[in-house]
Every structure is written in C-alpha cells, then in structure tokens.
Design a protein around this ligand. Structure first.
Ligand code: NAP
Length: 481
C-alpha cells in the first residue's frame, strides 16, 4: 500500500516532493499550506524589484522543460507563475490544503499525528516531509521605540502594497539582497530615501538580459540547447564561485570583481569607502545586483552609517541625530537558524526537535534526524548555498526521500542512526573549517554562538553523490509491520 505522506509547505521544496510523488503514481499525499496560495518565499516576497539573482534556467526544476522565461533573471511574478504552472501541470494543486497551518506533529511509534491550527484536527500519516525552508519567518529588529512610530512600517517580506511611497520620506533598514533589490525601486518613487547600513556588503554585477521571442523559440526547439545552457550556468557557478567561498583559487578574483563593480558604479570616493566591507567576500551572502550602487549615488538617496539608537514617533534616531521619515521598511532578514519553529515536532519517546536542536539545528545530509523516524527535511540544516541554485539541492533531497520510501514499505519506520549523524557532523565540521563563513562577520548562516547551521560546505556535485542512495549502514529500518 502506498504510504500516506504529509508535506508541509508548498514552496519550491514541498511542490517538488509532491510532483515526484505524483510522477511515481503515489497520490496518497497531502500538502499543508498555511497561506491561501502556493509559492513559499516567492509568494511572500513581493516587494518592488523582488527577483532571483540566480538565472531561472537553473533556478527551476530540471525535469520541467520550461522555456517561457522572458529574461535571464526574472522577477517574482514570473517565478511565482512558474510554480503555479508546475503545480497545475502535475495536478498537485488539488492536493494542497490551503489556509491550514500545521501546529504540531507527533510520532506515536508507527505514524505521525499531524495537528493543524484552528479546529486542531489531527490526522495520521506514515511519512512527514518538512518543506518550510530556511527563510520563511521575517525577523524584525529589536530597536527601542519601534511600536511608537506614527508612520507606516513593514518588513520587506510583508510588503504593504496599499501604501503609496510617492512623495514620501522613506527609511530602509538593512542592505542585504532584499534591500539591494528594492532600494532602486523605492528611490524612484520616494521624495527622499535613507538607507541605514550597519555593515557593508560585497556586491557583484547581475548581467541581466531579456530573452526575445526568437531566443525563446530557439531554446525551445533546438535539441539539447536549453539543457546545455542550464548545465553551463551550473558548471560556471560550481567551478568559479564555489572555490571563492572555500578560499580556493578564485577568492582574489571575487574580491577584484566586487571592488571593480564598486569603482565602476560609485564615482564618489567617500561613498565608496563607506561601502567597502572589511571582511572577506562570501563571509556574508554576496549581493548580486547592478541597480543598488547607482541608486545610492542619487541625490535623493542618502546612505546612513551611524548607529541606530531608537525609532521615534517621527522617524529614526541615530548617534548623529534624527531622520524624519513617513515610512520605514525593515529589510532585516529572517529567523533563519530556528528551523521549523514555531511548529512543535515530537519524535520517538517524546523528544522534541526544539530540545534536540538547542545547540543548533542539524540533520544527516540535512534530511534526516535521529529519533524522528519517517521524517524528512527539505532545504534543512546545512543545505543552503552561497553560490548555486537551491533548487538543485532540493531535487537531490527529494530523490533521496523517494529512494527511502520502498524500504519503509518493506519494513517499519526508517530512521537515521545516531552514529551516522555523528560521523556526518564530524565531516561537516572538517569541511566547514576551510569555508569563508567562519571569518569575522555576522550572518544569517550562523547561530548566535557562531555555529554555521545553514550552509552546505562542499561542492553541490558532492552533495548529489552523497544523497543519491540512502546508505543501508546509515538508516535503521524496523521489522515488517
Ligand atoms: P539579510 O541578508 O539577513 O540582511 C538583513 C539586513 O538587515 C542586513 O543588512 C543587516 O545588517 C540588517 N539588519 C538586521 N538587523 C538590523 C538592525 N537591528 N539594525 C540595522 N540593520 C540591521 O536579509 P535579506 O536581505 O532579506 O536576505 C536574506 C537572504 O535571502 C539572502 O542572503 C539570500 O540568500 C536570500 N535572498 C535571495 C535573493 C535572490 O535574488 N536570490 C533575493 C533576496 C533575498 P548586518 O549585515 O549588519 O547584520
């Protein structure tokens, strides 16, 4: 009998899992989605200028031969449209339970009991797949006075589309990838824009280009061309960007490229100095954008680097004085290291994931957790990338989970052995030592204690190899049910 599978989340991860189950003829699954539409991060992040800085020919499923992208780096509506297209094409949408938030999942010895918010209904499943991702809960900063602000304020991932920025004085707090994309658009409308930067980021150009209808036709009909283009982008990222993050041959090249971009786009040497990071490139996520620096050079945009002291009813107060604004945009990132929170996940013998992960989240291959049988994670701990497409990683994880299912059907619950987890941790620690993320910078990749819980410290080719087949030595399968 086909296993009953609960999938939590309908972003790139949850949809991929559902589609592969459909393709395998397994229709006994339910996707739980707390929002009213699918798309995960591509539904939530609708700020002006939102898009992906990885070309969509690669930032898309390998099995879906999609040739409708209108540009190399499409914006959010097109990416969301792509996910909706996939959900409809593979008949996944009818199995998504919208507006249904999973609050609690408890393993009762053989099954997962999944409880949802609202009526608190509980349903039983054989398998639990977590597709909530790493960047789904906005992080608002803890600045005194935020509640007293009399203007309009919101987080970049909760954009207030009813609020017209035309002619307003706007503050954007933060200058990461989200801020870099929205700042040029906000600058076009605002009377004046203040960008509050705590730490400068390394920025490299985004060589965007439109795909004319003829190009799209060629990509569609010339045999092998789309696949070759995708493969080329993948190989390029793997062979040039990955070595920069692992402090290999291209480290200097990345720095040179970023400094060159800064020099080309920011003529004012004083502004350039304030935008130059003092930590190695890649330690924080490198911003890939060609509109951010020109926006900062506009006369109606000011870069503020003084420390923010408090938010007042009228604006933002820094150590150097007050900035009166009508609107504050918090582009302050996400609660990235608290995987799966606030959901309560209870495994074997009543152990909670929250307690098990008190020292930082971890999972074997980023997928399986000892003590939590038949539970699998997508885009879990140590599987984020700073150099390539996360969709590639998700597909590796889904392949791995699909390969676990027949073992589960043959026996009882499948669970990763603690020894396999310990060996995996050792391997990660050794690999992590050569990565640039440990250098002197703060980032969303690590916990407050400095442990990198989010990123994969190897080439993605290695990850694909390691996840291809669930090793018998790593997993324990209980006897036949
Ligand atoms: P982020 O990279 O975590 O950036 C948050 C920003 O807010 C940082 O500049 C941070 O400064 C600042 N900040 C936080 N708290 C602050 C405070 N109390 N006072 C002043 N500044 C504060 O978040 P994000 O820009 O939303 O991006 C998160 C990730 O999403 C990215 O790294 C990327 O992986 C992904 N993303 C991808 C794309 C894409 O095109 N693929 C686009 C957007 C986002 P510090 O640096 O000093 O901490």
């Amino acid at each position: 009998m086909a296993p009953r599978v609960a999938i939590i989340g309908s972003g790139f991860g949850g949809l991929c899992m559902a589609i592969q189950l459909e393709r395998a003829g397994i229709r006994s699954y339910t996707v739980f989605e707390k929002a009213g539409e699918l798309g995960g991060t591509w539904r939530d992040n609708s700020y002006p200028g939102a898009g992906c800085d990885i070309p969509s020919q690669l930032y898309s499923y390998s099995f879906e031969k999609y040739t409708s992208w209108t540009r190399r780096y499409p914006e959010q509506p097109e990416i969301l449209g792509y996910l909706q297209h996939c959900a409809d094409k593979y008949h996944v949408r009818e199995r998504i339970r919208f507006g249904t938030e999973v609050r609690r999942a408890v393993f009762d010895g053989t099954h997962w009991q999944v409880s949802t918010a609202g009526d608190g209904a509980t349903e039983s499943f054989d398998v639990l797949v977590m597709g909530a991702g790493q960047l789904n809960r906005p992080r608002l900063p803890d600045i005194p006075g935020m509640a007293e602000f009399e203007g309009v304020s919101f987080h970049s991932a909760r954009w207030d589309h009813g609020h017209d920025l035309t002619g307003r004085r706007v503050a954007v707090i933060g200058n990461g990838s989200s801020a870099a994309q929205l700042i040029p658009r906000v600058a076009e409308r605002a009377e004046h824009l203040y960008v509050f930067q705590r730490t400068p980021n390394w920025v490299i150009p985004k060589p965007d280009a439109t795909f004319a209808p003829l190009t799209r036709l060629v990509l569609r009909f010339v045999p092998g061309l789309r696949r070759a283009y995708r493969e080329w982008i993948y190989r390029y990222a793997e062979s040039t960007l990955y070595p920069a993050l692992s402090q290999g041959w291209s480290t200097g090249l990345l720095r040179k490229r970023a400094l060159g971009h800064l020099r080309d786009q920011v003529p004012d040497p004083k502004l350039r100095a304030r935008l130059t990071p003092d930590y190695p490139p890649g330690c924080k996520r490198v911003v890939i954008d060609s509109g951010f620096y020109p926006a900062l050079s506009r006369p109606d945009v000011s870069l503020v680097t003084d420390k923010i002291v408090r938010i007042t009813p009228k604006g933002v107060e820094t150590t150097e004085g007050p900035y009166k604004v009508d609107t504050i945009v918090y582009a302050t990132g996400f609660q990235s290291t608290e995987f799966l929170a606030p959901m309560e996940v209870v495994g074997r013998e009543g152990r909670t994931l929250e307690r098990q992960w008190a020292g930082g989240a971890e999972a074997y291959l980023g997928i399986s957790v000892p003590g939590f049988p038949n539970m699998f994670l997508l885009y879990g701990p140590n599987t984020n990338l700073g150099h390539n497409s996360i969709v590639f990683m998700i597909e590796c994880q889904v392949r791995h989970i699909m390969a676990c299912l027949p073992r589960l059907a043959a026996g009882g619950p499948i669970e990763v052995r603690p020894e396999a987890m310990a060996a995996w941790r050792e391997r990660l620690d050794a690999a992590m030592a050569r990565m640039v993320w440990g250098a002197g910078c703060q980032s969303w990749y690590k916990t407050a204690s400095g442990r990198v819980t989010n990123n994969w410290p190897g080439p993605t080719t290695l990850y694909r190899r390691l996840t291809a087949r669930p090793p018998r030595s790593a997993y324990r399968v209980a006897g036949p049910r």
